[in-house]
Design a protein around this ligand. Structure first.
Ligand code: NAD
Length: 314
């Protein structure tokens, strides 16, 4: 056995891929999730594997894990705008109290702690692309503030545990990630476009679609997260795909790759929707020897194939 890892939010989109990869690397995995935005189905294929344990729990309550733990990966948090706008207080609680509990677990066990932070820590950025040294442009009282500030608080708390308790910590700032197991109705651009295209409905593009996103395929993201987990670097470390494309281009790609005849409809842009988003991954290249390998087109094909295989979700 390579070690024992606890993944909070392990039944979510990225968390479930992380659990899968850790098991493949011979880790024992304890997955903690309350299924608020994740689904037991995301890890159903892992249940029979020796070394995998799924525990239903809310990390804002007390967390207890019996036995040794080498790594705590804290991924529990609503992550899509639809989710965190519907769950503003929970989002703040899981970023603050949940992070406190996950750090406490790592401290009790002497484990390395990895915080899933976000590019949203940069808010609507005034610097482009965003390096880790940029402090961000966040509106704390805007609707997205609940997520952005929860993650910024979680980063500060992680650094406080590092300096005060000497905890071995890491912060990864994750940029938009996509792939199989995204919830079709989670409001993020890719699952929305794929669902709309497969149903033959119009693809709804916010604003004029010129705002940009940089999207990273989940296998690449998991590779980056685990390289960070296995390093001794504290971060923050940007992880994402610097390949930037407009939301309109993304809709056009999805329409083409699904072979859909859907129209594109333009709808109002949500408040505080970031205009540009592109990671500067020079540090990840340098320190972790990491960069995304999966072309956006291949990633979209794999994601569309998964959605086609799960018509009940579409
Ligand atoms: P997700 O919603 O699919 O996964 C989050 C998981 O956390 C879900 O399974 C949910 O049920 C669980 N959860 C929420 N509150 C919980 C609680 N109190 N106790 C236990 N479990 C709880 O989202 P995701 O896209 O997989 O995101 C995972 C992490 O990565 C989040 O922390 C998110 O902020 C971060 N992140 C994701 C992206 C992305 O593009 N997907 C980008 C930046 C950061």
């Amino acid at each position: 056995m390579a070690g024992r890892a606890v993944v909070t939010g392990g039944a979510g989109f990225i968390g479930s891929h992380l659990c899968e990869r850790l098991l493949a690397e011979d880790y024992e995995v304890v997955c903690l999730d309350n299924f608020l935005t994740g689904r037991p189905d995301n890890v159903a294929h892992l249940i029979e594997q020796a070394g995998f344990r799924l525990v239903r729990c809310d990390v804002t309550d007390y967390i207890h894990v019996v036995g040794p733990v080498d790594m705590v990966l804290h991924f529990a948090s609503p992550a899509s705008p639809i989710d965190y706008l519907q769950l503003p207080i929970h989002t703040l609680k899981v970023g603050s109290i949940g992070t406190l509990h996950a750090l406490g677990l790592a401290r009790e066990k002497g484990a390395r702690f990895v915080l899933a932070s976000t590019s949203e820590a940069y808010g609507d950025p005034l610097v482009h692309p965003q390096p880790e040294t940029y402090w961000g442009n966040v509106n704390p009282v805007g609707p997205r503030g609940v997520y952005d500030e929860a993650k910024r608080f979680a980063e500060a708390l992680t650094m406080a545990y590092r300096s005060t308790h000497g905890l071995d910590t890491a912060i990864v700032r994750i940029f938009n990630t996509f792939g199989p197991r995204l919830r079709p109705n989670d409001g993020r651009a890719i699952p929305t476009f794929v669902r709309q295209a497969l149903r033959g409905e119009p693809l709804t593009v916010a604003g004029d679609g010129s705002q940009t996103r940089s999207i990273c395929y989940v296998d690449d993201m998991v590779e980056g997260i685990l390289r960070m987990a296995h390093s001794d670097h504290p971060g923050p470390m940007n992880l994402g795909n610097p390949h930037e494309l407009s939301v309109l281009e993304l809709a056009q790609w999805v329409r083409e790759l699904t072979g859909s005849a859907s129209d594109i409809h333009f709808i109002p842009r949500p408040e505080d929707d970031p205009r540009v988003r592109q990671p500067d991954i020079a540090q990840a290249r340098d320190v972790l020897g990491w960069e995304p390998k999966v072309a956006v087109e291949d990633g979209l094909r794999r994601t569309i194939a998964w959605f086609r295989d799960h018509p009940e979700l579409v």
